[in-house]
Write a protein that binds this ligand. Structure first.
Ligand code: SF4
Length: 301
């Protein structure tokens, strides 16, 4: 592998280099997140011929907020430019189905690379750095495999292998504190204003629409936590681990929210600082996917 930063690993989405895969390969249902139904493999009606989104600047206003919180972790450009060598599904309809099958596999691999790379930046994980590096290299090698191999890869098994080290990472980071145990907990709409969640285990927790204003989330493990519509105004997320930009984008917050250094304050937080003063209405609906795969939609330019 060339390096360990998200940029060096190619984990930053580059929509300009992608054939709009998230807008074609993935399905979505009419809901608060999407204005219409779309089947997997069917191009979104807003996708233009140049693979850009025709309503990119008005996604939220036009009923597609779900598109603004998806992150492919760079899988789109990898599949488009590397696995399929720059030949699009429009140019080669015969390979389109395989491309659509490979994309979600690649996304999972890139997401795992993201977490392992983050784990390597943490001082607390020094005792397992060699194992983390080995897994980073192995996962990186998998992303270079052919379309045939990727389409049949047991990515779930590889995820389980990686998850063992991510769990160990979580334990090492949170070892000095007795954080609360909320793994996979149903905390939808929970009133957690000012809660002490320092070093809490919130892996895969459902925090949709939760009131987390002013909560102490330092060093919390937030991998796969569903933060759609959660209010993080004034919360302290310093040192929180495995929190992604997509999770943040799906939540609400304000200028007083303290973030991990690697993440940026979503632009819509400033606009969302509304008159209500209470927790925001969740943008999403129902229970989501598997922990470790937050969000699920595109943001094509
Ligand atoms: S970003 Fe959303 S609305 Fe735009 S083309 Fe893609 S799926 Fe359609």
């Amino acid at each position: 592998m060339p390096g360990t930063t998200p940029r060096e690993l190619g984990l930053l989405a580059d929509c300009e280099s992608c054939f709009g895969l998230c807008c074609v390969a993935l399905p979505f249902s009419a809901s608060a997140d999407f204005a219409v139904d779309k089947a997997a493999g069917q191009p979104c009606h807003n996708l233009r011929d140049d693979f850009r989104c025709g309503i990119h600047a008005q996604l939220r206003q036009r009923g597609f907020p779900g598109c603004t919180v998806f992150d492919c972790f760079g899988a789109g450009q990898k599949v488009s430019r590397v696995t399929f060598g720059g030949t699009s599904w429009r140019q080669a309809p015969a390979t389109a189905r395989q491309m659509y099958a490979v994309f979600p596999v690649m996304r999972q691999l890139h997401e795992l690379l993201w977490y392992v790379a983050e784990a390597l930046t943490l001082e607390a994980t020094r005792p397992i750095h060699d194992e983390l590096r080995r897994l980073l290299d192995e996962t990186g090698r998998l992303t270079e495999e052919s379309a045939d191999v990727l389409a049949t890869l047991d990515v779930g098994a590889h995820r389980d292998t990686v998850n063992t080290l991510l769990l160990r990472t979580s334990e090492l980071v949170r070892a000095a504190h007795k954080g609360r145990e909320h793994r996979g907990a149903d905390l939808i709409g929970a009133k957690l204003k000012g809660a002490d969640l320092r070093a809490a285990n919130l892996r895969g927790a459902y925090l949709i629409g939760a009131d987390l204003r002013g909560a102490d989330l330092r060093l919390a493990d937030l991998i796969g936590a569903d933060l759609r519509g959660a209010d993080l105004s004034g919360a302290d997320l310093t040192g929180a681990i495995f929190l992604t930009q997509a999770q943040l984008n799906a939540a609400a917050g304000d200028a007083a929210t303290r973030l991990p250094a690697s993440l940026t304050r979503p632009a819509h937080w400033a606009q969302a600082r509304s008159a209500s003063g209470g927790p925001r209405t969740p943008a999403g609906s129902g229970r989501p996917r598997t922990p470790g795969a937050p969000g699920r939609r595109p943001r094509r330019r």
